[in-house]
Ligand binder design. Structure first.
Ligand SMILES: [Ca+2]
Ligand SMILES: [Ca+2]
Ligand SMILES: [Ca+2]
Ligand SMILES: [Ca+2]
Length: 468
């Protein structure tokens, strides 16, 4: 950035610092001075959909809230028994929190000074230090976004596979077997290109793989990888998409919206993508769809001599999503998709119709920035429920609609009305924390009921299920 521009910004910054007490006004998403004029994430959606399909539901289930960390050092949370004592611990790409005291232990010292809920002076500081808009996002977040777990080196201690902030790397951190201090860090790839990587057995090996967009250099086209952690130790990279061919794997932009399931019911897992965009522009017109951002699914195929290939199918209409959950919503025998817009407004489901046609349904458009979803059977009735919420300041308070709004955390039960219509019964878990990029739903306290771990700008939190 030029020296003159820097000086102008510094002077401007000094003026604005005086106005700091008015920051909520100045920083509001509609009046913000640093709003990127090219952003099209104005909170509307371009797909035609019916009215909200959610209803409020009474529930015998509530959640007790425990704050594990009030610092902002992760956009996600995972759960694994790190110290082999039989008690699940909570993990991020920087720290692990030991059950049941939740004492914090270091995995990797945070390298970036991430600001949780920024004041105007923080915005200005980040803007100046980052050399302007170009690098602003990487200065405004912690490195740790996603963590997954496997015993990568087969020594009997569970390790941490960290998918860092998009366009940073993927690493595995070697559990030092109870020894305190930073963990040995091992390189997997330099550039992840996906903000909703998944950890699932897509290849049918019996163990989960990391499915993620990736690139070999900072400017390279996006690829789609399945990173396997085989029984022999270490890792092995399998390519699903070798070069970007009009797919949403991060050709020019980091992206999100990834899921898996057996879409065509042939016994092989398929991989689903949201589209890279799908918003209205500021004039209210559909933003032009770029060549790299069509949404769809990769059909996994296996030849008679066991050669794997992937066939692309477009899903239209499609929007920019977070993790995509694949399940048969309406009970017609065909799997459907459920996901929320990572930056825009609304939770949706896509009904799989005949001949690769998809019908979009709106579930809930009362909040924005649903940048993490998960599916798990919260109430234990045998049917998967959807867990999601609002990501506080998913773009630092600079771009997205209602970024400062209430950070809800909900679970939705899929039900049939008496008239046979599918409805989503919404239940509030909490309204202080929201979701980051990765939310984990598992039994954290070993009482047989599923709990929720969430890492956001409001810190790291768990919600333990209680039943009346
Ligand atoms: Ca433990
Ligand atoms: Ca290990
Ligand atoms: Ca399939
Ligand atoms: Ca529990």
């Amino acid at each position: 950035m030029g020296k003159v521009i820097k000086i102008i910004l510094a002077v401007l910054g000094a003026f604005l610092l005086v106005a700091e007490f008015a920051s909520p006004l100045i920083l509001s998403p509609t009046a913000g001075i640093f709003i990127n004029p090219s952003s099209s994430t104005n909170g509307l959606y371009i797909i035609e959909a019916n009215d909200n399909e959610y209803i409020e539901g009474p529930s015998p289930i509530s959640f007790s809230h425990i704050e594990l960390d009030d610092e902002y050092n992760t956009e996600g949370a995972s759960v694994a028994d790190i110290n082999n004592d039989g008690l699940p611990d909570v993990v991020t790409g920087h720290y692990w929190y030991e059950a049941p005291s939740w004492q914090r232990h270091t995995i990797r010292v945070p390298l970036q000074d991430a600001v949780g809920i920024p004041k105007l002076s923080d915005h200005i500081k980040i803007f100046i230090e980052s050399g302007g808009e170009k690098d602003i996002w990487s200065k405004a977040y912690p490195l740790a976004f996603f963590s997954f777990h496997d015993d990568v080196n087969k020594d009997g201690w569970i390790d941490v596979i960290a998918v860092d902030i998009t366009s940073a790397g993927i690493w595995w951190f070697e559990n030092p077997n109870g020894v305190e201090g930073e963990w040995p860090q091992h390189h997997i790839i330099d550039f992840s290109r996906n903000e909703s990587p998944i950890f699932a057995d897509v290849l049918g090996t019996g163990k989960p793989q990391v499915i993620t967009g990736a690139a070999e250099t900072a400017d390279a086209s996006g690829k789609l990888y399945a990173i396997e952690f085989p029984e022999t130790g270490g890792f092995e990279i399998h390519t699903i998409e070798a070069e970007n061919e009009g797919r949403n794997t991060g050709a020019t932009l980091p992206t999100h919206g990834l899921g898996y399931g057996d879409i065509n019911g042939d016994g092989l897992m398929d991989v689903v993508f949201g589209s890279g965009e799908g918003f209205l522009d500021r004039a209210g017109n559909p933003a032009e769809r770029q060549s790299y951002d069509e949404g769809g699914w990769y059909e996994q195929q296996m030849s008679s001599d066991d050669v794997r290939s992937w066939k692309w199918h477009v899903i239209d209409p499609m929007v920019s999503l977070s993790q995509i959950q694949v399940t048969d919503v309406n009970g017609d025998g065909k799997d459907d998709l459920i996901s929320g817009m990572g930056h825009g407004r609304g939770l949706f489901w896509w009904e799989q119709a005949e001949n690769d046609q998809w019908i979009a349904h709106l579930i809930d458009d009362t909040y924005t920035q649903l940048h993490a979803t998960e599916m798990a059977d919260i109430d234990g009735d045998g049917v998967g429920d959807i867990i999601t919420g609002k990501t506080p300041l998913a773009h630092m308070g600079l771009k997205d609609p209602d970024e400062f709004g209430t950070p809800y955390l909900y679970w939705y039960k899929i039900i049939k009305n008496s008239d046979g219509e599918t409805r989503f019964e919404r239940h509030l878990i909490d309204d202080n924390v929201g979701v980051g990029r990765q939310i984990t739903v598992t039994d954290i306290n070993n009482d047989g009921m599923l709990d929720v771990a969430s890492g956001t700008r409001h810190g790291l939190h768990i919600f333990l299920q209680q039943r009346k």
